[in-house]
Design a protein. Structure first.
Length: 444
């Protein structure tokens, strides 16, 4: 889907190639956008540098919830205070959603780019009408730790959850073709990438807008035809249309990791219905049982949303009971943020902020205990681990992740080697887990 042409940038932004710095906020999808923007600017002769050496600072913002908006604006203000003479561009989701208002209220930014498309951001910054041709996605710079990369398979979302502003920012679901994704996947593997994390606003919905039904299983079957030793990790699978065809694929090929990131959000049927979701506690618990019956070593992550309008004490207690029965490995908890333009914005009976905060704390404390207990099952197990980095100042200690830990959001594995041994970040090692330390595991 091609958006309307962007206006030319105002005169304060030099049009000649120069040094730039980019600060990425928000989710992994924003990270991919930053990587693609870096690729675009490199093609125009621009040079990436540290913020202190840059002529231009780009803030790739998040506008999903109120706290993310504040962080994006505060980042611009901080850069302006540090670098009064530098040029600052606000791009990304916040800029795309509130471009008009921000031009008036945020003079600290020299330019507000009303698009989250990296090609259009690059054209806007460079003062061009045309955003250019196809980016070689597989050759883009990577901001991930060694050995891992995100691959975005779709943009936008059709789920229309009542609390979510993503469709307002990113539009409706637009899936890439399987050949296009396969090309990027193959290029990443040839670069030595060992873990490819497939992402979208809702990965489970991949292909639904063009085929009438999701085609994620077909995409995965295609990617698994590739030769080599790699991991495919799936992130953001909506529970209401979970593709059970994934399970036999995972049973047949260990390279498709049995890691499930399923944002249940709640368990009360009344609350879920108000959120625009179809499930309930029993339905979601049955889905979890189905996954674990097919894949006993499955690791499950979810997110919960508390303080939604109309959420009662009884609704919250149902969510607490679900959390205990589900016994998820990992979970993040968020307080509801009312977002202009979403259906939930006008709903009444929103719990007080202090009530929502207390509920959030109770879920987080309960999840900490659950996560620690779930990690115990890995002790004395032999696991493949992706080495990510050496712990500075510690001889023979490295950090890595197993199949049960997604980048940045889950715990880590501390690898202990002899002081003379050297591990290569971005490579696989195999060893035995001998202990748990908080939310981390220790391997030797």
């Amino acid at each position: 889907v091609k958006s309307s042409p962007l206006p030319h940038p105002p005169s304060p932004i030099p049009l000649l190639p120069q040094r730039y710095y980019i600060d990425t906020l928000g989710c992994a999808k924003n990270q991919v956008d930053s990587e693609m923007l870096m690729s675009c600017l490199s093609g125009e002769g621009w040079e990436l540098s540290a913020s202190g050496d840059a002529d231009l600072i780009i803030v790739n913002s998040c506008g999903f919830i109120e706290s993310a908006k504040r962080e994006s604006i505060n980042t611009v203000l901080s850069f302006r205070a540090l670098f009064p003479q530098k040029k600052i561009v606000l791009a990304g989701c916040l800029a795309a959603r509130y471009a008009g208002e921000l031009r008036e209220s945020l003079p600290e930014a020299d330019l507000i780019c009303p698009s989250s498309d990296p090609r259009e951001v690059a054209a806007f910054v460079c003062g061009k009408k045309d955003a250019g041709g196809k980016i070689n996605d597989g050759a883009r710079p990577l901001l991930s730790l060694p050995g891992s990369a995100y691959l975005k398979i779709a943009e936008g979302c059709n789920n229309a959850c009542s609390f979510c502003a993503i469709p307002l920012i990113r539009g409706n679901l637009r899936s890439r073709t399987i050949p296009d994704i396969h090309e990027e996947f193959a290029l990443l593997l040839r670069r030595g990438i060992k873990e490819v994390c497939l992402i979208a606003q809702d990965t489970a919905a991949y292909g639904a807008e063009t085929e009438g039904k999701p085609r994620l299983a077909a995409l995965l079957a295609n990617l698994l035809e590739s030769d080599g030793d790699f991991w495919i990790r799936l992130l953001y699978l909506h529970p209401d249309h979970f593709p059970e065809a994934l399970l036999p694929l995972m049973q047949a090929d260990a390279r498709l990791l049995p890691y499930f990131d399923i944002p249940f959000q709640h368990a009360s049927k009344k609350t879920l219905s108000s959120m625009g979701r179809l499930g309930d506690s029993d339905t979601y618990l049955q889905l979890i049982r189905t996954i674990r019956a097919a894949l006993p070593n499955a690791v499950l992550r979810s997110t919960f949303l508390v303080g939604f309008p109309g959420e009662t004490d009884a609704d919250f207690e149902e969510l607490l009971a679900f959390q205990q029965n589900a016994a998820l490995d990992w979970a993040g908890v968020f307080s509801y943020s009312p977002e202009e333009g979403t259906p939930a914005f006008t709903l009444k009976n929103r719990p007080a902020k202090k009530v929502a905060a207390a509920r959030k704390t109770r879920l987080e404390e309960a999840q900490l205990s659950l996560s620690e207990k779930k990690l115990e099952r890995f002790i004395s197990k032999t696991l493949d681990v992706l080495v990510e980095e050496k712990i500075e100042g510690e001889a023979g200690l490295y950090l890595g992740r197993s199949y049960g830990q997604a980048p940045e959001v889950d715990g880590a594995i501390v690898l202990e080697t002899a002081p003379v041994a050297a591990l290569a970040p971005g490579s696989f090692v195999r060893g035995e887990i001998f202990a748990r330390a908080g939310l981390d595991l220790r391997l030797r």
